[in-house]
Design a protein around this ligand. Structure first.
Ligand SMILES: [Zn+2]
Length: 326
């Protein structure tokens, strides 16, 4: 916008504001509305075939980042990608959105949020479940994309109580093998140890209600596990199909879209196998773009739902329109 345009717009705004202030001058009563000061609960419903899906927003973790955030890109290029998307260049806003799928016969929750165990700004999953009318006791299946804390911590309260006491928890077999292997724990660098210990804390006393699945299998009615390894050794995408519609729950195939959808070849340091993660990401994004598939991304901006468009460089997430009726 040119300076002249900006000035004339601001001048116009001033005139409009002056016009709006007229009724006050006539002495009409004013009601001061107190600011609420709190964000609303994040819940959004949509349909895929006959399935009713509910996006449940847990909140956002503001993660400090530095030049080690992406392994194979120059830090100024990463900062530019963030700045081009109106994001801070030293902090990565990382939202968490779990997905409830009501198949008509089963209530299936895909990933669980952090339930306040990662950041004070991310404890919304409980209130979101309540606002959406879900009783956690009624959840039949909890599907886990991978065993990182931001996806599994919502299985338990901070105190260790089970949030979904009647649900069978289903995890990718390769994830289980990797995170529960004591040799991997002892070989892990200091910074990675908490992830291994956290997975043990969450799962240690629920093994009887736990089921490990292989990719390529139907893991709940209409929901198929797709191997999307790299981010972690058993990271899984879920394809959800009902009637003639389908979508992909991408998990962490791509984290924040402005960075890793725009630059799918970039490798986050948090990826266990960066090269494999990038290859998987490009394959998944390309499939979604070609098939014009609806996608859900666990770390996409709420309601974390959109389409993938190919661009001359990388891809872009086009947010899905709000569905006013189901
Ligand atoms: Zn994640």
């Amino acid at each position: 916008m040119s300076e002249a345009t900006r000035r004339s717009l601001l001048a116009g705004a001033g005139v409009a504001a002056a016009g709006l202030s007229l009724p006050v001058a006539t002495g009409r009563a004013e009601a001061a509305a107190p600011a609420n000061g709190r964000q609303t609960v994040g819940v959004y419903r949509y349909k895929v075939g006959s399935y009713e899906l509910t996006a449940l927003h847990d909140g956002t973790y503001y993660r400090p980042i530095d030049d080690k955030f992406v392994k194979n890109a120059a830090w100024p290029d990463v900062q530019k990608a963030l700045a081009d998307n109106f994001l801070p260049t030293d902090t990565l806003p990382t939202p968490f959105t779990a997905l409830m799928v009501n198949t008509g016969s089963k209530l299936v929750l895909i990933d669980t949020g952090t339930a306040g165990q990662l950041a004070a700004t991310a404890s919304g999953i409980g209130p979101a479940l309540t606002a959406a009318g879900f009783d956690p006791k009624a959840v039949d299946v909890v599907l886990i994309s991978h065993l990182h804390p931001d996806h599994i911590n919502g299985i338990k309260t901070k105190e260790g109580g089970l949030v979904f006491p009647n649900a069978e928890v289903r995890v990718p077999a390769a994830e289980w093998t990797y995170w529960m292997d004591d040799a991997n724990l002892s070989a892990a660098p200091e910074a990675a140890r908490p992830g291994f210990l956290n997975a043990r804390r969450i799962f240690k006393d629920i093994a009887k209600n736990l089921n490990r699945f292989e990719p390529g299998k139907e893991v709940a009615p209409g929901i198929t596990a797709i191997a999307a390894h790299g981010h972690t050794p058993g990271h899984t995408v879920f394809a959800i199909a009902s009637g003639n519609q389908s979508m992909l729950a991408l998990g962490d195939t791509a984290h924040l879209p402005s960075v890793f959808v725009r630059h799918p070849e970039w490798q986050a340091t948090i990826d266990v196998d960066g090269a494999m993660a990038a290859e998987t990401r490009m394959k998944m994004l390309d499939r979604a773009a070609v098939d014009k598939m609806l996608v859900q991304g666990y770390h996409f901006p709420f309601p974390a739902l959109g389409y993938i468009a190919r661009r001359s460089e990388g891809y872009e997430v086009i947010p899905a329109m709000w569905q006013p009726a189901l």
